[in-house]
Ligand binder design. Structure first.
Ligand code: ACO
Length: 382
């Protein structure tokens, strides 16, 4: 008996393919809306904290005060790195790119987790908490290592953002800086089936493990068309060099048909709602930290882009104003994308657990366009 299946449709870049269902985040690309579990991203950025947002994404409801306290304690209880990890951080070349370092170090965490290959839901949730809790220590202490500074252990009395900044800088952050990073962590925590989430889901759908899935996702986030765009934006601002040079620079770039980093989005054809909030936030932070010039240049780029390509639905995305925000917090440019990792672990883990609750191997087809029925020519006759 032969079975006939409908011929799959070719969809370049999977732009019009719905690959799965999710109850975590909802995006309306035409109207510029993003909700986590039905709550508008703007309300979360204004009122929530990163820990509370992770609870919302993973448990699909806002926590009560008691639940939030218990959840935060769970995360802080897993801050400490397994002892051998300190030597592994020391072993990473000081001149390695931080995204290579974080991808390698997150992968190495699996070596010291006795539950690494336990596929149960409970173990996967515990691994998710560990990944979320330990990645900030890996990033901050890799930065200390490459700058020849002593390691600093995470501080359980602090939340994720503050503990990270305290390790990175060797002193407790001001409330403004801690809040700024916390807001960025909220805004980047989840975003549907973006490229890195999808890559992680392909890995988990083979019934591999959570560390492998998150490592896959980190490698995917690194690219400048995805999470790496925030660093590319900062390099762009550096390269332009001054507000009076913005217009000729950007117009020449567009004439050469080059992409301007931090603009455009596969789903948003209206203003990315994460950028709406970050823009106001970045302005205030830049004023407070003496980086107004940077903000003004960004704003000017936005104006030129609006005139030139706004009608095509090209607007700033989350990476555009996060660059100015991270710079104002005082982060090294090559730490911008690792900040995205710290946050997006929430989304990656949540989606992996969702996938496993109703798993089917993710395995699309490709359209073969090569020749058929070719003779095998012996090597001597070729
Ligand atoms: N600058 C100038 N023009 C752009 C830009 C941009 N940043 N982005 C898209 N366009 C133009 C394209 O040239 C194309 O024009 P055309 O129809 O005249 O040929 C049209 O808009 C459609 O662009 P595509 O590249 O086909 O859109 P796609 O959905 O494939 O790509 C992407 C989306 C990759 C984000 C793209 O907009 C881009 O490269 N942006 C710059 C990198 C960036 O900021 N990435 C971060 C995205 S957000 C995130 O990952 C967190």
């Amino acid at each position: 008996m032969t079975t006939t299946a409908a011929k799959p449709r070719f969809d370049k870049g999977l732009a019009n393919t719905i690959a799965s269902e999710s109850a975590m985040s909802w995006i309306d690309g035409q109207e510029g809306v993003l909700e986590y579990v039905g709550i508008d991203i703007d309300a979360l950025a204004r009122n929530s904290t990163f820990e509370e947002t992770v609870f919302l994404l993973w448990r699909r409801k806002l926590p009560t005060a008691g639940e939030l306290e218990a959840f935060s304690a769970l995360i802080r209880g897993e801050y400490a790195l397994p002892e051998p990890m300190w030597d592994i951080i020391r072993g990473v070349p000081a001149d390695a790119g931080p995204m290579h370092a974080v991808r390698t170090l997150v992968s190495a965490l699996a070596l010291f987790d006795p539950e690494a290959d336990d596929p149960s839901l409970e173990a996967n949730e515990r691994k998710g908490i560990r990944l979320l809790a330990r990645t900030p220590s890996l990033i901050a202490n890799f930065d200390r290592h490459r700058n020849g500074r002593d390691f600093i252990k995470p501080d359980k009395s602090l939340d994720v953002a503050s503990s990270f900044l305290a390790m990175l800088n060797g002193e407790r952050p001001t409330e403004t800086m801690a809040k700024a990073l916390d807001v960025c962590l909220i805004l980047h925590a989840d975003h549907g089936f973006n490229a890195s989430t999808f890559a992680g889901l392909v890995t988990i759908s083979t019934l591999s493990d959570m560390y492998s899935a998150v490592t896959t996702a980190i490698g995917t986030l690194k690219g400048p068309l995805h999470g790496g765009a925030n660093e590319a934006v900062m390099h762009l601002l550096d390269e332009i060099g001054g507000i009076d040079k913005v217009e000729p620079f950007i117009r020449a770039k567009l004439d050469r048909k080059e992409k301007v980093m931090g603009f455009g989005h596969r789903v948003y054809k209206a203003y990315d709602p994460r950028a709406t909030y970050l823009k106001t936030f970045a302005k205030k932070l830049a004023e407070d930290t003496g980086n107004q010039g940077l903000y003004e240049m960004s704003n000017r780029i936005e104006q030129i882009m609006h005139e030139a390509v706004g009608s095509k639905g090209i607007h700033p995305n989350v990476d555009f104003y996060s660059a100015t925000t991270y710079y104002s917090i005082g982060l090294a440019i090559d730490l911008f994308t690792p900040m995205f990792v710290m946050s997006r672990i929430a989304g990656w883990v949540g989606h992996c657990i969702e996938q496993l609750s109703d798993n089917r191997l993710i395995r699309p087809r490709c359209e073969y366009i090569g020749p058929h029925q070719q003779p095998y020519v012996p090597i001597a006759d070729r």
